[in-house]
Design a protein around this ligand. Structure first.
Ligand code: NAD
Length: 497
């Protein structure tokens, strides 16, 4: 079975028969298929293959079988494969726009720029240039001991691939997220099994076609999809898998940590967040509010790094709330296919209900919905931009992740209180400081328990290390840290006499 028959183009309609990619073969799923639903229209986009546990393990076995050949290639040869893949994607991924938009519900602008656009393709191109992290240890004069003669001890520290990496990913930015794992993992010499989220997996199967077209050896990239936890849980338990690179909720991350212990899994964990955005009394309110409004407009707040917890100086509080209300009023919510739509749906009916329950619990606890708070009267799974004010630090609205278009605003009276409020969180993924004084903003950043801090912007640096403190995760990727994450250290030493 080749990539261009059963999963081949054209024809991305709902009747298409999708298959799993295992060892270079497109394999029919052993447990049938399940519907993938467009959250904007509630129509079925397609039926995703339901892999059995046995097929997940077959995929791990195929990745294991391909490992020796792949890691024996030079970094430049592996990089050439990634560069070819980037070129194939640049040519083909724009054709995926309609499908990926339908399964993710993201607006046309976000779909084109991020889901299938440069943000996705650049991750492969970046890692197509080999990054050499090997280094020498300074020579060490060595006296004669019971273990051997005197001499000059030398050592080289090498980075070796971890082995088979299972990449388990969440919904929201499926292709970008998988690319962020797969590209550095492959560049470092690992082979991969990809298990995308149940909600939006079809674009990932198209990525599998592109991998085949780019000429990767069979088994280097394998893809299994499914609606339940059984197949990914089997990858976590399998001795054929050396590392789990997981992005998703802290609850599932905790479970993977525990279930992976028996086989001492290497882990990269990118988990939940409740991004604090501190505004000092001299902050530019409009700039800060434009940044905060991205919680509503950037994939309806289904972004782990979103600044959902605003910690605003009391002097700016009323003006900030009024400005945010005005922003919410301007943002068009509606059909993500229309160019001027800013707020699209959330991923599923169940998730819409969860976000609504989060808001209802907040207002029941004493917060006020300064905007949003009721279900929009339209088909699809929409949550209106919601602003919760009168929030206190003990409320769930201030502590837990909604993963939807919901912003909570708290007040502070000075930098010390702002820092204490920001750190009073189970999470520590991405924080923000908006201040008129760059030196002060930088000093506040140094006091925050957060893997990343952005100053007067919500734009990340895509080659800076990314990851979380506390319940937001373990490890870092992006840039050279991506190679570190997917390698083991090996020290090789010798004695010069
Ligand atoms: P989720 O944790 O429910 O699912 C993520 C993946 O884990 C899915 O592929 C799922 O099938 C799989 N899974 C479920 N049970 C499993 C098990 N027992 N063993 C192994 N795998 C299992 O997350 P979600 O609802 O898809 O995504 C939303 C969450 O992801 C939010 O908490 C969000 O903050 C987080 N997220 C984090 C980042 C980041 O980089 N830190 C980025 C995006 C999303």
């Amino acid at each position: 079975m080749t990539a261009s028959t059963k999963t081949g183009r054209p024809g991305l309609g709902a009747d298409r028969e999708w298959r799993l990619l295992i060892g270079g073969e497109w394999v029919p799923p052993g447990a049938g298929a399940y519907p993938v639903v467009d959250p904007a229209t509630t129509e079925v986009v397609g039926h995703a293959p339901e892999a059995t546990v046995g097929q997940a393990l077959d995929a791990a076995g195929a990745a294991r079988a391909a490992l020796d050949g792949w890691r024996a290639l030079s970094p430049a040869d592996r990089g050439a494969h990634l560069a070819r893949l980037a070129r194939v994607l640049e040519a083909r991924a724009p054709d995926w726009t309609a499908l990926v938009q339908a399964e993710t519900g993201s607006t046309i602008n976000i779909t084109e720029q991020i889901q299938v656009g440069p943000a996705f393709v650049d991750r492969f191109r970046y890692y197509s240039h080999p990054i050499d992290l090997d280094e020498a240890v300074p020579p060490l004069p060595q006296d004669k001991t019971a273990l051997g003669p005197a001499g000059l001890a030398n050592a080289m520290v090498h980075r070796r691939p971890v082995g088979v990496v299972a990449c388990i990913t969440p919904y929201n930015m499926p292709l970008v997220n998988v690319a962020g794992k797969m590209a550095p993992a492959l560049a470092a010499g690992n082979t991969v099994v990809i298990k995308p989220a149940p909600q939006d997996p079809l674009g990932i199967l198209l990525l599998g076609e592109a991998v085949a077209e780019a000429g990767f050896p069979d088994g280097v990239v394998n893809i299994v999809t499914g609606s339940g936890p059984e197949a990914p849980a089997a990858l976590v338990a399998s001795a054929d898998v050396d590392m789990i690179s997981f992005t998703g909720s802290s609850a599932v991350g905790t479970r993977i940590y525990r279930d992976g212990a028996a086989t001492m899994k290497r882990l990269l964990m990118e988990l939940g967040g409740k991004g604090a955005l501190i505004m000092t009394e001299d902050a530019d309110v409009n700039a800060a509010c434009a940044a905060i409004a991205t919680v509503w407009g950037f994939h309806s707040g289904q972004i782990c790094t979103a600044p959902t917890r605003v910690i605003c100086h009391r002097d700016l509080y009323d003006r900030t709330v009024e400005t945010l209300q005005a922003f919410a009023g301007f943002m068009k919510m509606g059909d993500p296919r229309e160019r001027d739509t800013i707020v699209g749906p959330v991923i599923t009916e169940a998730h819409r209900d969860r976000v609504e329950a989060f808001v209802a619990a907040g207002t029941a606890a004493g917060a006020t919905a300064a905007c949003g708070g009721s279900r929009p009267d339209r088909p699809g799974y929409y949550v209106a931009p919601t602003l919760l004010v009168d929030v206190t630090p003990d409320m769930e609205a201030a502590r837990q992740e909604a993963f939807g278009p919901v912003v909570a605003v708290l007040a502070h009276s000075g930098d010390d209180e702002a820092v204490a409020l920001a750190n009073d969180s189970p999470y520590g993924l991405f924080s923000y400081v908006f201040s008129g004084d760059a030196k002060r903003a930088y000093e506040i950043a140094g006091r925050l328990q957060s893997g990343n801090v952005a100053l007067n912007t919500v734009q990340p640096h895509m080659q800076a290390p990314f990851g979380g403190w506390k319940m937001s995760g373990i490890g870092r990727d992006r840039g050279k840290w991506g190679i570190e994450a997917y390698t083991e250290i090996q020290a090789v030493n010798w004695l010069a006499s």
